[in-house]
Design a protein around this ligand. Structure first.
Ligand SMILES: [Zn+2]
Length: 497
C-alpha cells in the first residue's frame, strides 16, 4: 500500500526561455480547456439523465429502473474517447473541438480529465454525506486570469520521460524539453539514486514565475527514523500558534512574525491601492494587476519559507512536538451574523481572522505531521476544547482572560506574571497526547479534561465534522508536502533562548 509519507515533492523555480514560456502557457491553457470540456460533458449528461428519469417515472416506470436505464455521467475514458473523434487537427486542416491539441502533451489532457472526475466525485460524495469535512460545492468552470495556471504531466515508468538532465541545473520534461531550474536538483538526484521513482510533474505559475513540482515516491525506509540523543534530552516542546507572534514555545521563547513578512504585506497593500486607482480595461490596470499578483506571491513564498524553517527546527530539536488541535474553520468564521441577529465586533473579528490565517496553523500542523516522521520525533496534539490560555500551568486553576490581556497571573496560586502564550504553550506540552501511540510520551501525557465546553461560534458536532478534514491521517495531497530545504538550511529562527 502506498502511504502519503512515501511521496515527496521537490519544487523548483524555472528559468524559461521565451519559447519555453510560450509552450508552458499553452499547456496551462490546454489543461484549463480540457477541464472545462470534461465538466461541460458531465453537466450536459446530468441534464439528459434527469430529464430521462422524469419522463420515465411520469410514464409509470419504477424510479429505480428509470435511474438504472437513464444515461450515465461520463468519466475520463469515455470523455477522452469522444474527444478523439471530434478534436480535429489543424495540421491537416480538419476543424474540430481543439485542432491545436498536438501542440501539448497528451498527459495534460488526461490529468485535467482526472481532475474533473475528482471534483465531480467530491461534490457528489459531499452531497450524499459520504465525504466528511467542509461542504464541497458544485464544480465550477476555470476562467482565464481567475483560475490558477497549472498543468500536470505523468511519468511513464517503463519509458522515463521526466528526469534530471546532466548537471544539477536542468530537468527534462516531455514536449517542453530541457528546462533550466533556478535551484540545484542535487537533492532530487540523490533521492533517485536511492531508489525514488518520479510520479509526475506539476508546472504552475506563481506571480511572474513558473515552478515545477516533481512528485517522487520513495522506497519505504527499512528502519523508521528515531529521535537522536540530543532530541531525547530536549524532551517535549509545546507550541502555541499565536495571533500576536508567529509562535510561543513552552521553553519561554517567543518567535515574532518576521519583519520581511510585514514588509511584503505593506508592499502588497500599496500595490492594491495603485490598482484601485486605475481605469477598467486600461494598460495601466493590466500592469497594476500583475504587480498585485506578484506581491501576493511574495507574501505566500515568504510565509512558506518561515513556516518550513520553524517546523523543521521543531521537528529536529525535540523528541516530541506538542501543538493545539486548532479548529481553523470555526475560529475564522465571520462574526457578521444575520440581519435579525447582527454580530458584534465584526471588524475586530475580521482583523483577527486575517491574523489567524496569516500564521496558517493548519499548514504548520500538516508540515509537522510529516516532518516529525522524517526526523524521528513525535507529534502530540492537545484537545481543542482544552482552555490552554485560561489555565494556570503551575496549579491547573482556571483564570478568566480577555484576548487583550497579554500577561497571565494565576488568581489561585499567584503564579506569574508570565506571557499568556508561553503559559498556553506549557499547558499544550503537558496535556497533549502523542499521535503515534506506543511511545513513552503517550504514557506521560495526561488526557485533556473531557466535557469542556466548545468555543464560541461552533457547535461540537460541526467542529467534529470539520476535524475529520484536518486529522493527521487525512492528508491526501502529497503534492503539497514540499520542503524548502534550501531556505531551511540557510536561516534559523531563535528557538532556544
Ligand atoms: Zn495557579
Amino acid at each position: 500500500m502506498t502511504t502519503v509519507e512515501d511521496l515527496r515533492a521537490y519544487r523548483f523555480a524555472l528559468d524559461l526561455t521565451p519559447a519555453q514560456e510560450e509552450s508552458v502557457r499553452q499547456h496551462a491553457g490546454a489543461a484549463r480547456w480540457a477541464y472545462n470540456h470534461a465538466l461541460a460533458a458531465k453537466f450536459a449528461a446530468l441534464d439528459a439523465r434527469q430529464a430521462a428519469i422524469t419522463t420515465a417515472t411520469a410514464a409509470g416506470i419504477d424510479p429505480k429502473t428509470a435511474a438504472a436505464d437513464a444515461p450515465k455521467i461520463p468519466t475520463k475514458p469515455v470523455i477522452q474517447k469522444a474527444l478523439n473523434a471530434t478534436k480535429g487537427d489543424e495540421r491537416t486542416g480538419v476543424d474540430g473541438d481543439c485542432p491545436w491539441w498536438w501542440r501539448c502533451s497528451t498527459y495534460t489532457f488526461q490529468s485535467a480529465f482526472a481532475d474533473a472526475d475528482a471534483a465531480w466525485k467530491n461534490w457528489l460524495d459531499s452531497l450524499t454525506g459520504k465525504r466528511a469535512g467542509r461542504r464541497v460545492g458544485r464544480p465550477r468552470f476555470k476562467r482565464k486570469h481567475r483560475s490558477r495556471d497549472a498543468f500536470r504531466i505523468h511519468h511513464d515508468v517503463t519509458h522515463p520521460t521526466i528526469r534530471p538532465d546532466t548537471g544539477y541545473r536542468r530537468i527534462i520534461i516531455p514536449r517542453l524539453g530541457s528546462l533550466r531550474v533556478h535551484e540545484s536538483t542535487k537533492r532530487l538526484q540523490r533521492a533517485i539514486e536511492r531508489g525514488a521513482v518520479i510520479q509526475s510533474v506539476t508546472i504552475s505559475r506563481g506571480g511572474h514565475r513558473w515552478y515545477a513540482s516533481i512528485l517522487v515516491k520513495a522506497p519505504a525506509p527499512e528502519v523508521a527514523a528515531r529521535p537522536t540523543r540530543r532530541q531525547r534530552a530536549a524532551g517535549t516542546i509545546g507550541v502555541d500558534v499565536g495571533v500576536h507572534h508567529l509562535a510561543a514555545l513552552s521553553n519561554g521563547t517567543i518567535i515574532d512574525n518576521p519583519r520581511h513578512l510585514t514588509t511584503a504585506r505593506t508592499r502588497l497593500t500599496k500595490a492594491q491601492r495603485a490598482l484601485s486607482r486605475t481605469q477598467k480595461g486600461s494598460n495601466r490596470r493590466r500592469r497594476a494587476a500583475a504587480t498585485v499578483s506578484r506581491r501576493h506571491h511574495e507574501v505566500t513564498q515568504r510565509r512558506a519559507t518561515t513556516l518550513h524553517t520553524l517546523t523543521k527546527q521543531l521537528a529536529t530539536s525535540w523528541a516530541t512536538v506538542a501543538v493545539e488541535d486548532l479548529n481553523v474553520a470555526g475560529m475564522t468564521s465571520s462574526a457578521a451574523g444575520t440581519i435579525d441577529n447582527p454580530g458584534r465586533n465584526v471588524a475586530a473579528k475580521a482583523g483577527l481572522n486575517q491574523a489567524i490565517l496569516d500564521v496558517a496553523p493548519a499548514e504548520l500542523r500538516r508540515q509537522l505531521t510529516y516532518k516529525t516522521r522524517w526526523y524521528g520525533s513525535t507529534l502530540a496534539i492537545c484537545d481543542r476544547w482544552f482552555p490552554s490560555s485560561q489555565t494556570c500551568s503551575a496549579c491547573g486553576a482556571k483564570t478568566k482572560l480577555r484576548l487583550s490581556d497579554r500577561v497571565f497571573r494565576c488568581a489561585a496560586c499567584g503564579f506569574g506574571p508570565i506571557d499568556r502564550d508561553t503559559n498556553a504553550a506549557i499547558n499544550i506540552a503537558t496535556h497533549a497526547v502523542a499521535v503515534t501511540p506506543g511511545t513513552e510520551e503517550t504514557q506521560n501525557a495526561r488526557r485533556a479534561t473531557p466535557g469542556t465546553p466548545p468555543r464560541v461560534g461552533t457547535t461540537p458536532a460541526a467542529a467534529m465534522k470539520r476535524e475529520d478534514h484536518t486529522q493527521p491521517g487525512a492528508v491526501t495531497s502529497a503534492e503539497q508536502s514540499t520542503d524548502h530545504p534550501k531556505h531551511a538550511d540557510q536561516q534559523s529562527l531563535p528557538l532556544v533562548s
